[in-house]
Design a protein around this ligand. Structure first.
Ligand SMILES: [Zn+2]
Ligand SMILES: [Zn+2]
Length: 176
């Protein structure tokens, strides 16, 4: 993908450039069944060169629509990811920093796949609309984030004050 292609000869040793990018998820082959992209992916990629090695520091962001695993409501969330890459004429296999080391293959370095992977890794495997999502009542299916149901108060209902307690609870939940 053109926005993510950098030619080796574009900068000299010790130089750097920053490129701002904006592209659709499908342009980098992202097609995730459980995630909808609400807006294009935007980002900032810094490309610099030391000796014969090429370095990239990327930052990408977008917003995605997912379905909450607990309450099955769709929600939109920001998604942000960063990546660091190093391309060398000879791969330094002994490197143990957080850079992904790769060998330079040809005149052009294409980061399309790296951007794709970086975003995929950021997608939560257990998306929740909020960290304390109350989910759905297993008996009546009420979304407990929106309202209370009376399924769990069956026991208290048997006592004389149970009905009063339920009324107070529903009054409380309406005040929220
Ligand atoms: Zn939820
Ligand atoms: Zn219920």
């Amino acid at each position: 993908m053109k926005d993510l292609e950098f030619s080796k000869g574009a900068i000299g040793i010790g130089e750097s450039i920053v490129r701002h990018v904006k592209f659709g998820a499908s342009e980098i082959g992202l097609d995730l069944s459980e995630v909808g992209f609400e807006q294009p992916i935007e980002g900032r990629i810094e490309f610099f060169r030391l000796t014969e090695d090429l370095f990239f520091k990327g930052e990408l962001w977008t917003s995605v629509r997912m379905v909450c695993r607990r309450c099955i409501d769709p929600f939109v969330s920001d998604l942000k990811t960063t990546f660091s890459l190093r391309f060398s004429p000879t791969v330094h296999s002994a490197e143990n920093d957080d850079l992904t080391n790769r060998s330079i293959d040809g005149e052009v370095v294409d980061l399309t796949e790296d951007a794709q992977q970086s975003i995929v890794l950021e997608v939560p495997c257990w998306p929740l609309c909020q960290h304390d999502c109350q989910g759905l009542c297993s008996s009546c299916g009420t979304n407990l984030n929106d309202q209370n149901c009376f399924c769990q108060t069956d026991l208290t209902e048997a006592s004389p004050l149970g009905g009063l307690q339920n009324m107070l609870q529903s009054a409380n939940s309406q005040e929220k």
